[in-house]
Design a protein around this ligand. Sequence first.
Ligand SMILES: [Zn+2]
Length: 320
Amino acid sequence: MGRPIFSLTRLSGGAQAALPVLMYHRVLPERDPLQAETHTARTMDTQFRTLARCFKALPLDEAASLLAEGRLPPRAISITFDDGYRDNHDIALPLLQRHGLTATFYVSSGFLNGGTMFHDVMVETVRHAPTGQLDLGLKDASPVILGDVASRVAALDALVRQVKYLDPVQRERLSERLLATLGHKAPHQLMMDDEQVRALTRAGMSVGGHTTQHLILARLDEAAAWEEIRSNADVLSNLTGQRITSFAYPNGKPGTDYGPQHVEMVRRAGFLNAVSTRSGVGTRSAPRFELPRFVLNETTTAGILMRMLRMTAYPVGEAA
Ligand SMILES: [Zn+2]
C-alpha cells in the first residue's frame, strides 16, 4: 500500500507531531514586478486569516521545546520573519495583531537604523539602470542586458547569484559603490530602527538572532563567525531587555551557508534552538538547532490549506 497523501496524525499533536515553521522576509504594500515572489499585504492577510482559523501559532522557542518534548498541541505552527525589515513592523505586525497571531523576528542588527542589505541595493540598481548592458565589473561574471521587466527579473536573479557568495569585504565595497551610483534613488529606510524592534517585543512578539552583518557564516573564519553571532545576540538583548534564545542562519542552507561548527557556536552563544532555510517541517527527531522551514506562497484559502497539509505529510528527510 502506498503512503497516504495526508498524514493527519502529524497535525494532532504529541510525539508524532510535525511543526510547520513558516518563513517570511519582506511584505510589500503592493506587488512589485521585480520582486514578484515577495509577499504583499493582501496575500499575507489571506494567509494569516487562514492560519488563525485552522492552526495555533506559537513563538518558535515554545514550539521548539514542546516539539522536542513530544508535547506539541494539535495543529501547532510557528511564523518567522528574517532580516529586520521596516515593513515587518509597519505592515506585518498589524496583520498579526488583527488575526491574533504571534511571530518570531530574526534581526540582523547591523542594518538597523538606516542600513541597506545588499539584496535591496541590487533590486534598485537593476530597476533604475538604463536599457542596455549592465556590467558590475565582477571577475568571472558576464554582464547582463536590461530592457523590459522580464529581462530585469532575469538579470536580478543572475546578479544576486553572482554576488551572494562574494568575499564579504568585496561585497560590501560593491554595495557601497552601487548605493553611491543610485544617489537619491537608493533604497531609503528599508530596515527597522531600534524603537521598532522594541515595539515588536512590547506587542508580545519574539526577537531572534540573525548575525550582525548577515554574512554567510561558511565564508568567514572561526573568529569572525563567532563575533557575528555573539555581537548580534548582545545588541538584541540590550535592545529588547530579553535573552535572545532563537537563531536563524543567514541564507540558511545547511552545508553550504553554515556547517556543524556554526551549529556548535550558536549553541555555545546561549541560543536554545535555531532554524535553517531547508524546506520541510520539524519533527521530534529533527535537530533542534537546524529546524527546517518553508515559504507559503499560496494566495487562496484552499491552496494554503492544501500546502500546509502536503508539507506536514512529508516531514524533512521523509519527502516522497
Ligand atoms: Zn536573512
